[in-house]
Design a protein around this ligand. Structure first.
Ligand code: GTP
Length: 338
């Protein structure tokens, strides 16, 4: 079984972290998120994945050098962004039987084996994983008759419950017939609606598996804390999660939902809660960090206060500074008094 994992987006909602790190390569707890996706696929019998990214391609090269084992990775060129549909069409020469497509920014413990069996039993051209939500406003609804998909609906204006696209698909190669591989195409907005309008059997696999897309800093933090709490099958961590190469002062106060990556440092009397410190990030003496993501080698100076903030790689908050809801770009320093 093969899978295409979509990893080529710019991750604009996760800026400025994604200015230097592609979203799928941002670590989730102990390793780059893409490892979690690939390991999940391997557990369900996927032995080859096809990846492409026109964005920060070189960062993936380093990841692939370090990754070993199942599934094997085939890297293909995507010279300019093809969108979610175009990127899959661009991989079609490698796809000659039923295959999976996954968004590379979704944390899920979805039973892919059961989803494949469901797809085959129905003789579907495509099966879309669906997840029930209480509020479908941010997503757009998928309308079903039994498990057959009738239509994709626009984002509803009012808070309504419903089933929404969970970003994992099983497809037959025929689903890609006529999909161009030389321009931007959206799989959700163009390929699937066209298949449905053409009468192809498209089915929805509704499941209440864990599901979170890591599209925004808030959701990334939520997914991290859920993984720490053991809410995602296959993830077993101790909270807080402190890498053995992290240095945490004995007098620092840490909440339960804290991740400190390799080489991260938390100084004396500092307070850290509901936050992720990526590799080499530093929290100075007496500093307070809440609800924030500190990118690799980011620094929060002594006595500074940071909350709801995202610091990109090497970003700095000077000693005594205050950063609430700030976004600080790679290598940049928050202006004092901001
Ligand atoms: P935003 O800019 O914040 O919306 O993030 P994004 O770029 O990741 O877009 P979105 O969340 O809609 O993308 C869903 C998945 O498709 C993500 O895993 C992206 O990496 C991937 N993706 C989006 N656009 C492309 C593309 O043009 N090519 C490839 N190969 N993947 C893409």
């Amino acid at each position: 079984m093969k899978a295409v994992v979509l990893v080529g987006g710019e991750g604009t909602r996760m800026r400025p972290l994604t200015e230097t790190i592609p979203k799928p390569l941002i670590p989730l707890v102990d390793r780059p998120f893409l490892h979690h996706v690939l390991d999940h696929l391997a557990r369900h019998g996927v032995h080859e994945v096809i990846l492409s990214s026109p964005y920060l391609e070189a960062r993936f090269a380093t990841f692939l050098e370090e990754r070993h084992g199942d599934p094997a990775v085939t890297w293909i060129t995507e010279a300019s962004p093809l969108g979610t549909g175009g990127a899959v069409a661009n991989a079609s020469r490698h796809l000659d039987e039923t295959f999976l497509v996954c968004n590379g920014d979704i944390l899920t413990d979805l039973d892919l084996t059961a989803m494949l069996a469901f797809h085959r039993e129905r003789g579907a051209t495509g099966t879309i994983a669906l997840t029930p939500v209480d509020d479908a406003r941010p997503y757009g609804l998928v309308e079903l008759d039994g498990d057959r998909i009738l239509a994709f609906r626009e984002k509803p204006p009012d808070r309504v419950p419903g089933t929404v696209n969970a970003g994992t698909y099983v497809l037959e190669p025929a689903a890609l017939d006529g999909v161009p591989a030389d321009r931007m195409v959206s799989i959700e907005r163009e390929v699937f609606p066209r298949l449905i309008d053409g009468g192809a059997p498209m089915h929805g696999f509704v499941s209440d598996a864990y599901w979170m897309d890591l599209g925004t800093p808030e959701k990334y933090l939520r997914a991290t804390f859920d993984a720490l709490e053991g809410r995602v099958a296959g993830h077993d961590y101790r909270a807080p999660y402190l890498d053995h190469r992290a240095q945490v002062s004995l007098t620092a106060r840490l909440g339960r939902w804290v991740v400190a990556g390799p080489g991260a440092r938390i100084g004396r009397d500092a307070e850290v809660e509901d936050s992720v410190l990526l590799a080499g990030a530093v929290v100075g003496e007496g500093a307070v960090v809440r609800d924030s993501i500190l990118g690799p080698r980011a620094e929060v100076g002594d006595g500074a206060r940071v909350s709801g903030a995202v610091l990109a790689e090497g970003a700095r908050v000077p000693p005594g500074g205050a950063a609430e809801g700030a976004r600080i770009g790679p290598g940049a320093t928050l202006a004092t008094g901001a």
